[in-house]
Design a protein. Sequence first.
Length: 206
Amino acid sequence: MNIQNFTSKLLESAVDEFSKLPGIGKKTALRLVLHLLNQDKEDVTHFGETIIKLRNEIKHCTSCNTISDTDICNICSDYSRDDSLVCVVENARDVMSVENTHQFNGIYHVLGGIISPMDGIGPNDLNINNLQKKIEDGKIKELILALSTTMEGDTTNFYLFKKFKNYNIKITTIARGVAIGDELEYADEITLGRSIVNRTLFESSI
């Protein structure tokens, strides 16, 4: 969309900001901005304040590293969950995906990414030290590697397996009900749930 198409600099600026969001092109951004302009000022103010509050006040759980309102998230602070069973995922979206299956009653460890040399992301860029400390403290009995079934996900899984295989813990991986090359967040709940329940020893998958 050319700059001359805009009748307002304020409109153009707002569209530019919305189009920075993933998956949002200029046309979609314009539609969203025009929608907001048709709403009551109070609703738009609330919308803006909610985003600002989210950015300023959101935390990462000091235990599992997922997004949280408090220092310890509601999953890690739930005493009914098995804290010896840890599901390793890439990000907070994957925590939500696994939670939606209602098939997992352990806790999580969010790496904050996966190993991707092409993107300049190595093991030192991930939240692995925290996981190692938990393992060394003897708190973990089983580690479920639930990363995306992509080359980067498999590389990260293998790195974690090699790093922790000599510890006295069981290391498993989700069953391949999730198609090769899929990211976890796009798997349907039933397939992902079965993959968690039917997890296998990681060593037998390599």
